[in-house]
Design a protein around this ligand. Structure first.
Ligand code: NDP
Length: 439
């Protein structure tokens, strides 16, 4: 029953999960007896708050802030903060809901949460970003804590924003504790946290392809976005001998046959916080397609020929027309770096055509898993080397892949990692909820 029909993204995420869970619920009546679905769909707590701040012209601006504490059966709420003008109750709720199962899949002790604000960081000065973050944390700090709720970054929230948020938290509570992850490695951040989602996503793809007697070497790849996840997906692809030939931002797509110049993308996006269109100032042989010139029925990036596609930008960025083009061009695997980037119709097409499909919940879980490793390091006041974290990350991604694959086989759908990941994550959360009683 849709009690908040305007929450379309939330219902989209719920429908995908419920469809996968049908065979499990049939086999195991205990989940119905304990009303697990009804309880899971209702967040434990939702917080909405005003975020007033003063811009560089001295004008007062007001944004809406959110934190959704969805489920704590397995551990403290854990999930990122997103700053983007499109953020609303539905987006935060869909992200929080997905996070429950993703976190469960990692096998680590973390519950599910998510948050953010409808604030647009684009074009804002550093000082404006800082004042916004300080105002946001002035309310948020009442609700979070290292054993309660531990936010991290997401779209629009990177190391700079986590720094400003942490500074304000520390001033308010007078404690230096591991309340946020994705911190700078100078003061409590874990090695490899910044890279972890992208690296993890490529490790996941490698596991999928190796299972089919192939690997990533010499594969042509499309990687949408040019933010945190996209950049480190491309970095690991290069390390493993693959070639990313296209990436994008919200204004357009770059196609570069000789391979994307990653140092330049980092300089444009991480250092200058500028637009990807500037890439062609350095590389005249690259092609830039502005969003206005995209095909009417989808996104430009999925129209290029490639072996593997990594949607790493945002939700619903790859629809059934895009999927059709990828398939006609012979794509072998699609691996979701972003949360819910493929529409249900696109996923159905990949599954029908037996294309390998890695769902975001499993494939992009390397970020949150490494956040949990950051919490563990903070709690024990230690610091692990890059190699130690990388080894754990690879191990976690392999375990997630095997878990999803074996669960899919258990339910006689060996090709559906969507079903496998959803059931494997759900089972852990649901069993913990049953053991903890009706709360
Ligand atoms: P960033 O803000 O670092 O980057 C987002 C990128 O996507 C930017 O390049 C942005 O362009 C681009 N983008 C946004 N909308 C579109 C669009 N419609 N078309 C093309 N490009 C677009 O965010 P992240 O990389 O952190 O997050 C990306 C995705 O990965 C999100 O779905 C997030 O939830 C998910 N994710 C992130 C994790 C993390 O650890 N960061 C962990 C797990 C999942 P522009 O620069 O123009 O805004």
């Amino acid at each position: 029953k849709k009690t908040s029909p305007a929450q379309t993204e939330f219902y989209q995420a719920v429908e995908e999960i419920l469809e996968s869970l049908a065979p499990l619920l049939e086999k195991n009546p205990k989940y119905r007896q304990h009303s697990i679905i009804e309880r899971l769909l209702e967040p434990e707590r939702q917080i909405m708050f005003r975020v007033p701040w003063v811009d560089d012209d001295g004008k007062i601006q007001v944004n809406k802030g959110y934190r959704i504490e969805f489920n704590s059966a397995l551990g403290p709420y854990k999930g990122g903060l997103r700053f983007h003008p499109s953020v609303n109750a539905s987006i935060v709720k869909f992200l929080g809901f997905e996070q429950i199962f993703k976190n469960a899949l990692t096998g680590l002790p973390i519950g599910g949460g998510k948050g953010g604000a409808n604030f647009d960081p684009k074009g804002k000065s550093d000082a404006e970003i800082m004042r916004f973050c300080q105002s946001f944390m002035t309310e948020l700090h009442r609700h979070i804590g290292p054993n309660t709720d531990v936010p991290a970054g997401d779209i629009g929230v990177g190391t700079r924003e986590i720094g400003y948020l942490f500074g304000q938290y520390k001033r308010l509570v007078n404690r230096f504790d591991g309340v946020l992850t994705g911190k700078s490695t100078l003061w409590g951040g874990s090695a490899l946290r910044k890279e972890a989602t992208g690296f993890g996503c490529v490790y996941f793809a490698q596991n999928m392809l190796e299972d089919e007697d192939s690997g990533l070497e010499n594969k042509r790849c499309l990687v949408s976005g040019s933010g945190n996840v996209a950049i480190y997906t491309m970095e690991k692809l290069y390390e493993l001998g693959a070639k990313p030939v296209a990436c994008s931002d919200s204004n357009g797509t770059i196609y570069h046959e000789q391979g994307i110049d990653l140092d330049l993308v980092k300089e444009i996006k991480e250092v200058r916080h500028a637009r990807l269109s500037e890439y062609c100032d350095t590389h005249e042989d690259a092609e830039f397609t502005a969003r206005e010139d995209y095909p009417e029925d989808g996104e430009q990036i999925w129209r290029y020929k490639a072996d593997v596609a990594f949607p790493c930008a945002t939700q619903n960025e790859l629809n059934e027309h895009d999927a059709q083009c990828l398939l006609e061009n012979g794509v072998k695997a699609v691996v979701e770096g972003a949360n819910m980037p493929c529409t249900q119709k696109a996923i159905d097409l990949f599954v029908e055509q037996r294309t390998l499909f890695g769902p975001g919940k499993a494939a992009n879980a390397g970020g949150v898993a490494t956040s949990q490793l950051e919490m563990a390091q903070n709690a024990s006041m230690t610091r692990w080397t890059q190699d130690e974290v990388d080894e754990q990350l690879q191990c976690i991604m392999r375990r997630i892949y095997n878990d999803a694959k074996q669960t899919a086989e258990e339910f006689d759908q060996p090709n559906s990692l969507v079903l496998g990941a959803n059931i494997a994550g759900f089972r852990r959360v649901a069993d913990a909820m049953i053991e903890q009683g009706v709360v």
